[in-house]
Write a protein that binds this ligand. Structure first.
Ligand code: ATP
Length: 268
């Protein structure tokens, strides 16, 4: 059980929840260039938090810190401290494959494997040895697809290729794939930007449903989307975290001039 810690600079209703992720003075460098300038924040269990800000402000760079995806970028270097349930994710004894199961990720463009729908979902549980037999695996696949709101649409064609689904269905398949390894946190990097409004609405409803069981961090360019799905919103500008607070406060009563200019469409 985590300590009850108030969230920095936030007066949101979620401020007293237990801290799931904690970032302290996180900086990211690409080569010599510092892209993220010392960001600190707490992310609370079972909240949906949105990162917004103009292109290039560092939203995705910061998101990728939470499951060490920046390790895969040769020029990137991360400093500062990030903890998940109090544990330093840069601890050399930590297994990064397990970290990425616990902190799953959904990308901008749906990226199912070139395999069947079933195999897309079964891949992670198999890698992590989560199913001891075929029937266990079938249960994991079904329950993950149900949680991702896709089961009814695909239950009769589990052997069909995942890449044959519509874009919105593919994105839900990717969410099912993340869910299948029992994550605590799901990171979403503009998950709807390649989708039409109907598919976007389905994913947004799903995000609201999923927060009962997961902590969700979403990068979005779409301020209406942040307004619809996020309990809290963090506004970034030029590699700085400018302001974080309840989504309604950020949009209706921002404290910082730069936030106000952005949410009122004066730049971005
Ligand atoms: N792999 C990389 N190599 C070098 N610089 C990078 C790399 N990825 C991002 N950057 C730079 O880091 C800064 C932050 O980029 P990032 O993609 O995190 O911003 P963002 O707010 O997510 O932008 P967008 O909304 O356009 O996706 C930008 O100046 C970008 O050019």
């Amino acid at each position: 059980m985590q300590a009850m810690v108030p969230t920095a600079r936030s007066e949101s209703a979620t401020a007293a929840g237990s801290v799931k992720l904690k970032a302290e003075d996180v900086r990211v460098f690409y080569g010599e260039k510092e892209a993220l300038h010392g960001v600190s924040m707490d992310i609370v269990s079972n909240e949906v938090i949105a990162f917004i800000g103009p292109s290039g402000c560092g939203k995705s760079t910061f998101l990728r810190c939470f499951n060490r995806m920046n390790d895969t970028v040769a020029s990137a270097r991360v400093t500062g401290r990030i903890t998940l349930d109090g544990r330093d994710i840069h601890d050399p004894n930590l297994d990064v494959v397990l970290l990425r199961a616990q902190v799953g990720m959904v990308f901008q463009k749906p990226n199912p494997f070139p395999k069947s729908i079933f195999e897309n979902v079964a891949y992670g549980p198999r890698l992590h040895g989560l199913a001891s037999n075929r029937s266990d695996m079938e249960q994991i696949v079904e329950s993950s697809l149900r949680k991702a709101g896709l089961w009814d649409e695909v239950k009769d064609r589990l052997d069909a290729p995942g890449t044959g689904l519509s874009g919105g269905q593919q994105q839900r398949l990717c969410i099912a794939r993340a869910i299948a390894v029992s994550p605590d946190v799901i990171l979403m990097d503009e998950p709807c930007s390649a989708l039409d409004p109907i598919a976007t609405g389905i994913i947004e409803d799903l995000i609201t449903e999923l927060k009962r069981n997961y902590t969700i961090v979403i990068v979005t360019h779409n301020m209406q989307q942040a307004g619809r799905v996020a309990d809290r919103t963090a506004f970034f500008h030029l590699g700085n975290l400018v302001e974080i607070g309840a989504t309604s406060q950020i949009f209706m009563n921002p404290r910082e001039r730069r936030t106000e200019d952005y949410v009122t469409g004066r730049y971005g």
